[in-house]
Design a protein around this ligand. Sequence first.
Ligand code: GLU
Length: 448
Amino acid sequence: MTVMVPSKTPATTSAPPSPSRPAEPAPPPRSEPFPPSPGRRALDAALYQLDRAADHLRLDDGLRAMLATPRRSLTVSVPVRREDGRMEVVHGYRVQHNVSRGPAKGGIRFHPGTDLHEVTALAMLMTWKCALVGIPYGGAKGGVAVDPGAMTSRELERVTRRYVNEILPIIGPEKDIPAPDVGTDEQTMAWIMDTYSVNTGYSVPGVVTGKPTTLGGSLGRAGATARGVQIAALTALGRDPEGVTVAVQGFGKVGALTALYLAESGCRVVAISDATGAVTRASGLDVAALRAHVAETGGVYGFRDADPLGHGELLELDVDLLVPAALEGVITAGNAPRVRARLVVEGANGPVTPEADEVLADAGVTVVPDILANAGGVIVSYLEWVQNMQAYAWGELEVELKLRELMEQAFGEVRAHAAGHGRTLREAAHAIGVERVAQAHQVRGLYP
Ligand code: GLU
């Protein structure tokens, strides 16, 4: 969390050769090779997916390089006063990957492991996600390398306000609109809205989405990502969900509500994990009771009406549907051969590595990719922003119907593309997203 001097976080993104990567000077030889960081791996995965789409679309090298390169990356130092009076300095980032289709859009993550590579990868995914579901945004992501679980609420407020102050010049309702992501929530968004508004001189609700409804947040936003995952999962299943067995990895904003909504649809949620452990019950977990247990104890560990399960075991359970809804890179070439679910729906961003993707495809496992499966969050963010710009709030039903319409439309397009070209749902989703961004860029032309 604390900045080391000299910093170990590379300021630039170096990577193995890739057709979509702009030319970089050769890195100096290293005496002791070390494995790439998780963030570096996430960026390599994102660039690999872009390459595949660019090959399929036969994009020229110039366009590939443009799409592989973030439009704007800002690294900031965030000094934070701890409760005991010490001052620490943490790294913060905001990356705007592309703005050809509209303002940049994407969440802000508070996680000790976040770095510029990871934030760049996630910003790129946001670009394709917004294009795929047809909302008029580019892609962005922010991150602050802090552990929110190890900070008091007042420390978190200070970090948030100071970070926002540093990125203030590049955000705004017409420029770049942040939202919640891992480790941030409605309260974080309220602090962001307030900090921006105080600096502007009047209330600007449209600068951020995922706010509390009292500040112009949309009805339905809190459960939107999970609702979208539910829609994607049920559409992919294509049959009566009654009794379908489900394992959910992650019990945060996305995982907990996804488990609840799937259980409400008739599915049998047999296993759930979070950072504290994993629990299982063959006859189905009582998801509402588990949420109450987590609210009380801080994690799923020790839930009475279930048996404990080894962490890695959840991903390898013999279930119909597996929902990784935590962090990226959890299904790898190492454990993919042991995945027994026939359907994987990505609630998190980037949970399946490209190597694992191939293993799963060869084994006939259907993977509904992140940029489709978890797009419900940014879809309702868009609806929130539209309401803010009109200063008019809609009812929850209206929001939910529009969410469903956009999710189903995007799913239908991905499925048709995949069937028509003999490609996986991920390849199809990326091809559609990348093509739309490339088209927007081409018709706008290059300035000057
Ligand atoms: N962080 C969410 C995502 O990865 C939501 C982004 C947003 O609403 O802008 O899609």
